[in-house]
Unconditional design. Structure first.
Length: 306
């Protein structure tokens, strides 16, 4: 059986896809796998913030098109790049065990966000991170920073910014854990929906491949991912909106916290909820509803209308 895995060509995307490839090869010795590198819109446009490019699925659309056409059989994404709505005919096959969901503070001279001198410049590509940073430290100068992990680290090392915020999962998967200055607790700095989870996508009618991948599924990660994605679906969030959501299973119960913020961090709305692990979508959907009632609807209307 030959399987083509669609992936972006960044170091991190390749590391993630290579990991999935190795797991499948170890479990099924008779299967041959090949990585197929595909350039996405988000990879091609590097001189503009994601929030200004527009559209959803900036890092997945071309890969999904290849999957629908049969050019590849399987796609591996960072789950946080996947829009809440997946094209008809495609579906998430399995949910491998989540890597560290937290954000990482990376700096050469300072040990924490609190240690940064007044007016320091911090780089991030995420409106979610930017809003939470400005809420904590309105004095900071937060600048959009695109490019792969190596590029961002280089900019920080050269003194272009005093610090950057990256996903801990990405640094760990690249073997760069030593670059993490501090891990940001979700209690203070809420992660992106799906952060640390791999999105393994395939055609819905490919039951043979779905059965082949079942061994990769981690039930607690699946419950968390489904709750977070239902939360995102109700809010209609994407790269243009400061939305965060994090779910985890504790003693057989699903706990989740969600956030919607003003772009400048002046208002940050957060809500918590918990419910049965077997009804994750209901929990995520209801949590989004609680935030909408709290005023998130006005924030989102303002941002979408920009």
């Amino acid at each position: 059986m030959n399987i083509g895995i669609g992936t972006r060509s960044s170091k991190l995307a390749l590391a993630q896809s290579e990991w999935v490839k190795a797991q499948i090869e170890t479990e099924h010795s008779g299967v041959r796998l090949e990585l197929v590198r595909i350039k996405t819109k988000g990879d091609k446009i590097l001189d503009s913030p994601l929030s200004e490019i527009g559209g959803k699925g900036l890092f997945v659309k071309e890969i999904e098109e290849a999957l629908l056409k049969g050019a590849v059989d399987l796609a591996v994404h960072s789950m946080k790049d996947l829009p809440a709505e997946i094209p008809e005919g495609l579906g998430l096959a399995v949910f491998p065990m989540r890597e560290d969901p937290r954000d990482a503070f990376v700096a050469a001279e300072y040990k924490s966000i609190d240690d940064l001198p007044e007016g320091s410049t911090v780089g991030t590509s995420s409106l979610r991170r930017s809003a939470q940073l400005l809420h904590m430290r309105p004095d900071l100068h937060v600048v959009p920073m695109r490019g792969n992990v190596d590029t961002r680290l280089r900019k920080m090392d050269s003194g272009e910014v005093q610090a950057i915020i990256l996903a801990a999962a990405g640094l760990k998967r690249l073997g760069l854990s030593e670059r993490i200055t501090a891990l940001l607790s979700p209690e203070v700095f809420l992660p992106a929906v799906g952060q640390g989870i791999l999105g393994v996508e395939l055609r819905r009618n490919d039951q043979r491949l779905r059965d082949l991948l079942t061994f990769l599924n981690h039930e607690e990660t699946e419950s968390a991912a489904r709750a977070e994605r239902a939360f995102l679906a109700r809010l209609g969030g994407g790269c243009q909106v400061p939305v965060a959501g994090y779910a985890q299973v504790k003693l057989g119960e699903l706990h989740m916290e969600g956030m919607v913020a003003e772009l400048d961090g002046s208002v940050v709305l957060r809500e918590k909820s918990r419910g049965p692990e077997e009804r994750p979508e209901e929990l995520g959907w209801d949590l989004a509803g609680a935030l909408l009632k709290k005023g998130a609807d006005r924030i989102l209307e303002k941002i979408y209308g920009r």
